[in-house]
Design a protein around this ligand. Structure first.
Ligand code: ZN
Ligand code: ZN
Length: 418
């Protein structure tokens, strides 16, 4: 039944391609940094109103929610993220970004949709329009949610904290997608943990400064920091169970300014990725323990300081919800729907279903020209030659990426609403 209604709703797709592709190129050419998505938000609200949605904007800053009530039935929430990254685009596309903006620290930075959130916005606006125009083929309530600031991990939370729940009827299920370096036109679903939880930690360790020629008068924080970096490597290899995946990267280490001065502190910034709450807790406590013990071993004069930031929740797809979506995708996409490998990237989408207390699933959408992808596979060069998200060369092919992203949202929503 749902399949017939899906076909009927998707009959409108050729008619929206014109404005949808133009809108995508416009978004790509005019990206906005996290929490600065004012123009994107305005374009989204305008398009939703045009499609007949009740629109709430300015939620958690620039967040937008469109609600379409269409009789009794379940409520499905579809989510897209809107922000771009401080990356200088080098795709060479005719609709490349030349935008510069001022970031949260006051620095002027180039801006690019290097994560494909412009695909998510255009696909969701297209799906929302198709479902509104095809409202005779389904019943229930559709919520189209556009969140700010996914890249800084706090956009979903900002909408929740701004009273998102009060704007919505009780939601039954939440769905979201991300364009990835897979063949365009393909979809990947996965039950259980699909994206990692991420935590960033800034650690300050203290020493005692002295002349570089008189180390006996110092507690050298550079040596201390070096010991910490080495000792931290044993967490994943010795303290995490072999069947569990985890990553710990020390991405930044800073101390001192001159060759003959022993500084009085060192700052380490590290990032960890985990797929279970237990492993996450194990790793955080191991980091605290090792840093404290190394400070003690060095005779550090002050306790170390820990600051946690950019924390992303685990994305743990609900089994029943994922199965329902996967079956609908298989009916529609055939063998273009596959299992998505577990991803080491992270997302804050799940903060929304967690706050609403509803199940969710999150799937991957291909964005790479299929011939280019096959060529890279044949040469064994996929990881080297296919630009991934956040790369200055990340450039999803316009089609069939946009069509597939739009179809996926319609198909998944109708698995509840048809
Ligand atoms: Zn990203
Ligand atoms: Zn992203």
């Amino acid at each position: 039944m749902a399949a017939l209604q899906t076909v009927a709703v998707l009959e409108g797709l050729p008619a929206i391609r014109g404005w949808q592709e133009a809108l995508y190129c416009d978004l790509h050419e005019h990206p906005e940094l996290s929490h600065q998505e004012a123009e994107t938000s305005r374009k989204v609200a305008e398009r939703l109103r045009h499609s007949g949605f009740e629109v709430h904007d300015g939620i958690g800053g620039t967040g937008v929610v469109g609600v379409l009530r269409n009789g009794s039935g379940p409520t499905v929430l579809l989510r897209a993220d809107m922000d771009a990254l401080p990356v200088r685009e080098s795709t060479g596309l005719s609709y490349s970004s030349a935008v510069q903006a001022i970031d949260a620290d006051g620095a002027e930075v180039p801006v690019m949709h290097a994560c494909g959130h412009d695909v998510h916005v255009a696909a969701l606006l297209g799906a929302a329009d198709l479902l509104a125009a095809g409202a005779g083929h389904w019943q229930g309530t559709l919520v189209a949610l556009f969140q700010p600031a996914e890249e800084t991990a706090d956009g979903a939370r900002s909408m929740v904290d701004d009273g998102l729940q009060d704007l919505l009827p009780p939601v039954d299920v939440a769905l979201a997608q991300h364009v990835l370096a897979m063949p365009a036109g393909h979809i990947g679903t996965r039950s259980g943990p699909v994206l990692s939880a991420a935590d960033s930690v800034r650690v300050i360790v203290y020493g005692r400064g002295a002349h570089g020629s008189m180390p006996q008068a110092s507690v050298d924080p550079v040596v201390l920091a070096a010991m910490i970096v080495i000792r931290l490597q044993a967490i994943v290899s010795r303290e995490v169970a072999p069947g569990e995946s985890a990553v710990l990267t020390v991405g930044s280490i800073a101390a001192g300014s001159k060759s003959n001065v022993i500084p009085d502190r060192a700052v380490l910034q590290m990032n960890l990725r985990t797929y279970s709450e237990q492993t996450r807790a194990t790793m955080i406590s191991a980091i605290r323990r090792i840093v404290a013990a190394e400070c003690q071993a060095s005779g550090s004069p002050r306790d170390p300081e820990f600051e946690f930031f950019d924390r992303f929740p685990l994305t743990d797809n609900d089994d029943a919800t994922t199965t329902r979506v996967h079956e609908a995708f298989t009916t529609h996409f055939g063998d273009r729907c596959q299992e998505l490998p577990q991803q080491s990237a992270s997302e804050d989408f799940s903060d929304i279903p967690a706050a609403l207390g509803v199940p969710y699933t999150y799937w991957g959408l291909g964005g790479v020209d299929p011939a280019t992808y096959q060529d890279a596979v044949a040469r064994g060069r996929v990881d080297q030659d296919i630009p991934v998200n956040h790369s200055p060369n990340f450039a999803p092919v316009l089609q069939p990426t946009l069509d597939a992203g739009t179809e996926a949202l319609v198909v998944a929503a109708l698995a509840w609403l048809a």
